[in-house]
Design a protein around this ligand. Structure first.
Ligand code: AMP
Ligand code: ZN
Length: 496
């Protein structure tokens, strides 16, 4: 058993099983033991704000949110940082291509700053719609240029060398380079463009010089010439500045496990003067966690090919954004999750059922305040979350509590609220009506007018005028509306 943090206010903390998390660096489940007693410091790689995030990207933040909520629930004071990458991320994760933001700005007539501000706002809107809690701190990469230069200066002599293109990190100068990655090849992890003069294929630029004769919208003076920081440097520096090495947990999607995080780790080892990664804290963090991908049936999710699955597209098609959160929670974060509209529809139905059950909790009922089924479901919920955040099993425990009969209403409600705070569906703030979103293409349909036509039909039926009532049904059908008499979820109508 891990010791509960001092001053913990979480109920039943001492009864909680130890929180086991999968560490991608050591490749095993490990108990969470905080670096600083009673605190949990978490760094999450944030979005590169050159385009809208797709829902795959958002899976990474739903996962980090559930992790943060679990740590808070278990009584740790959470310090969560998510960064915003507004410079330095090249079109290829490795060492090739153009800066994603410079590329997006070129020819758009907008400044990089406008583009970054626009997509940062769009990202934050998706965060809010998915009930993801805001981190204690958003850190914007371009606010940390000075500390990045200082960090790079401190490791340059021992670990870096200069080429025409910039300052490069020599990966042979640290122990166990690339241990985190799974797909290491002899050439390094799929580097595509060879840079002349590189000592090792996996060496990467930590400062990228502006090519002679070019001016960039984003460039700063440095000891290695005018230019911009490398993407990996940003996260090392913001992690160190805001959370201190070593901090507790670093998160990101599995693509980051291959290039971005091994490079961050190498820089962190250099900065700390640390040795082998047999000691995980030498990497800068104790635990590295990675969510698996959301994929489309056709393969990898992309912002440029096929249907661009943005959260707004789901809403436009009539799906409440929390249905997508539900879809994420139904899978373990380390499993690949395939997106389908049918799957999203099923998640929405499950959410509707929960919201209806919560609705019924509003009526106070008397009953057993210490119902044995409640204790059992709570134990199951806690065990599931402690087992590397097994949200799929925890969801069932929550539904089982909602289904308990002959239980004190207040006690039941409190238990559901507590579980919902961890899973973050925010079911108490949702009304059944909120979940009925009209698809954009059917926006001409006026819900109030439908309700009044349905009321007229009910009136006709109560008067025994069934033919006229059927006439109303037919009319509505012609307008694209199906009446759902006897629907188990209590919906009166739906769109065809
Ligand atoms: P980016 O804006 O490309 O830096 O990505 C933001 C986050 O989304 C990173 O943690 C990525 O690892 C993660 N990510 C990218 N694509 C997917 C996907 N299809 N499923 C889950 N996570 C993803
Ligand atoms: Zn990062």
């Amino acid at each position: 058993m891990t010791r509960p943090p001092r001053g913990s206010k979480a109920r039943g903390m001492s009864d909680q099983p130890p929180l086991q998390l999968f560490n991608s660096l050591t490749r095993r489940l490990e108990p969470f033991e905080p670096v600083h007693e009673g605190e949990a410091r978490v760094y999450t790689c944030g979005p590169t704000v050159y385009n809208y995030p797709h829902i795959g990207n958002m899976r990474a933040y739903v996962f980090a949110d559930v992790l943060g909520r679990t740590l808070s629930w278990r009584g740790y004071a959470l310090r969560h940082v998510i960064n915003i990458t507004d410079v330095g991320h090249l079109t290829d994760d490795a060492d090739a291509g153009e800066d994603k933001l410079e590329k997006a700005a070129a020819g758009s007539g907008k400044s990089i700053w406008d583009i970054a501000a626009h997509y940062t706002e769009a990202f934050k809107a998706d965060i809010a719609a998915l009930k993801i809690r805001e981190p204690a701190q958003w850190s914007v990469a371009t606010d940390y240029i000075e500390p990045m230069i200082e960090f790079a200066k401190s490791i340059a002599d021992e670990h870096c060398y200069e080429l025409e293109g910039g300052l490069y990190f020599d990966v042979s100068t640290v122990k166990d380079y690339g241990r985190l990655a799974r797909a290491v090849t002899e050439e390094g992890e799929g580097r595509i463009e060879a840079v002349e003069g590189k000592r090792n294929a996996a060496d990467f630029a930590i400062w990228r010089k502006t090519p002679p004769g070019e001016t960039r919208q984003m460039e700063w003076d440095s000891p290695w010439g005018k230019g911009a920081p490398g993407w990996h440097l940003e996260c090392s520096v913001m992690g160190e500045k805001l959370l201190g090495f070593p901090f507790d947990i670093h998160t990101g999607g599995i693509d980051h496990r291959e290039i971005h995080h091994p490079n961050e780790i190498a820089q962190n080892q250099a900065f700390c003067g640390c040795g082998s990664l047999d000691e995980a804290t030498h990497s800068g963090a104790k635990i590295w966690m990675h969510n698996n991908f959301l994929v489309e049936r056709s393969g990898k999710m992309s912002k440029s090919s096929g249907e661009f699955l943005r959260l707004q597209l789901l809403i436009d098609r009539g799906y409440h954004p929390v249905a997508y959160r539900m879809m994420c929670l139904q899978a373990h974060y380390r499993s690949e999750l395939e997106f389908s509209w049918e799957g999203l529809g099923a998640a929405l139905t499950r959410l509707k059922r929960m919201v209806m059950a919560v609705d019924r909790l509003r009526e106070e009922t008397a009953g057993d305040p210490a119902h044995p089924k409640l204790a059992e479901a709570r134990t199951r919920f806690a065990a599931a979350m402690a087992d590397d955040l097994n949200t799929a099993v925890a969801l069932v425990a929550l539904e089982d509590v909602l289904a308990i009969k002959k239980i004190d209403g207040g006690v039941k409600r409190a238990a559901v609220e507590e579980m919902d705070r961890v899973l973050g569906l925010d079911i108490f703030s949702l009304e059944r009506a909120d979940l009925r979103i009209q698809p954009k293409e059917k926006m001409h349909i006026n819900a109030e007018a439908i309700d009044s036509r349905l009321a007229a039909r009910r009136q006709l039926r109560s008067l025994g005028q069934y033919e006229e009532a059927d006439e109303v049904r037919e009319e509505l059908y012609r307008d694209g509306i199906v009446i759902m008499d006897g629907d188990p979820l209590g919906w009166e109508w739906k769109l065809q």
